[in-house]
Design a protein around this ligand. Structure first.
Ligand SMILES: Cc1cc2nc3c(=O)[nH]c(=O)nc-3n(C[C@H](O)[C@H](O)[C@H](O)COP(=O)(O)O)c2cc1C
Length: 239
C-alpha cells in the first residue's frame, strides 16, 4: 500500500531526477542550417542517430491520433520510409489507431533520440497507401513477423496469450515460409507533413526549438518568421 510518507519520498525522488543534456557547442542555430528544408534537416538528424551504435531503434516514433470528438491516444510505431511526400508506417487498419484515422485522418509523430537530446515533431493529414505497397513490404518481413501480423486481430480483447500462440502454430502449419498472405486489413499510411519541429535539448534548459510550417497571411514577416525552401517558412519558439 502506498502511504502518504512513501508517496512523498517517491515523488521527491522523481523530482530530483535531472539529466544534463548538452554544452553550448550543440546549440541549434538558424545560421548553421545550411539548407532550410525540413526534410533535409530530418534526414541529417536521422542519419546521424541511426549510424550511432548506441541507438536501438532510430525509426521508433510515437504516433498520436484522436477520435473525431477529440479524445487522443498515442502509441509507438516504426517509420518505414520517408520522402518529401510524407512519413510511412504499417499497421492493422482495424486497430484502434486505424479506426481513429478513419474518422479523423490527421496525426502527430514524435521521435525522441536521447543520446543526442533531440526530438522531432511532425504533424499532418494521413492517407492510406495503396495495398500494392503493403504487399511489397509484407513480403519482405521475416516469417515470424508475418505470422504475428496474421494471427493478430489488433486492439481487440483476447482471453489469453495461449490463444494467440495456438493460432500462430496453426498458421505455421498452414503457411510455409514465403507463403504467408498479407492480412486483408493490414496496410500502410502516409503522414503528409504540414508542420515540423526540431528540438535540441540544452543543459541550461534554454532549449532550441525551430519550427517549419506553411506560411499564413502576411508571413514570413522577416522578423519572427522567415522564408525557407520549397514553400516552407521557419520560426524559433520559446522553449
Ligand atoms: C518500438 C515499437 C514499435 C512498434 N511498431 C509498430 C508498428 O510499426 N506497427 C504497429 O501496428 N504496431 C507497432 N507497435 C505496437 C504499437 O505500439 C501498438 O501496441 C499497436 O499498434 C496497437 O495500437 P492501437 O491499439 O493504439 O491501434 C510498436 C511498439 C513499439 C514499442
Amino acid at each position: 500500500m502506498i502511504t502518504k510518507k512513501s508517496y512523498r519520498l517517491f515523488t521527491a525522488y522523481i523530482m530530483s531526477m535531472r539529466t544534463s543534456y548538452n554544452n553550448k557547442s550543440t546549440t541549434f542555430l538558424e545560421k548553421d542550417i545550411e539548407i532550410k528544408d525540413p526534410i533535409h534537416i530530418f534526414e541529417k538528424w536521422f542519419n546521424l542517430v541511426k549510424s550511432d551504435p548506441r541507438t536501438v531503434e532510430a525509426n521508433a516514433m510515437c504516433l498520436s491520433t484522436s477520435t473525431k470528438t477529440g479524445l487522443p491516444s498515442a502509441r509507438f510505431v516504426l517509420l518505414k520510409g520517408y520522402s518529401k511526400d510524407g512519413f510511412i508506417f504499417f499497421t492493422h487498419y482495424t486497430s484502434r489507431k486505424g479506426q481513429e484515422l478513419e474518422e479523423n485522418p490527421v496525426a502527430a509523430l514524435t521521435f525522441y533520440w536521447e543520446h543526442y537530446s533531440r526530438c522531432v515533431r511532425i504533424e499532418g493529414a494521413v492517407e492510406k497507401l495503396p495495398f500494392s505497397k503493403a504487399d511489397d513490404y509484407f513480403s519482405k518481413r521475416p516469417y515470424q513477423s508475418q505470422i504475428g501480423a496474421l494471427c493478430s486481430d489488433q486492439s481487440k480483447a483476447v482471453s489469453g496469450r495461449d490463444i494467440l500462440e495456438k493460432k500462430a502454430e496453426e498458421l505455421k502449419t498452414q503457411y510455409k515460409e514465403g507463403e504467408v498472405p498479407r492480412p486483408s486489413q493490414w496496410g500502410g499510411y502516409i503522414v503528409k507533413p504540414t508542420y515540423f519541429e526540431f528540438w535540441q535539448g540544452q543543459t541550461d534548459r534554454i532549449h532550441d526549438r525551430i519550427v517549419f510550417r506553411k506560411p499564413g497571411p502576411n508571413e514570413p514577416d522577416g522578423v519572427l518568421t522567415h522564408k525557407a525552401e520549397d514553400g516552407w517558412m521557419y520560426e524559433r519558439l520559446n522553449p
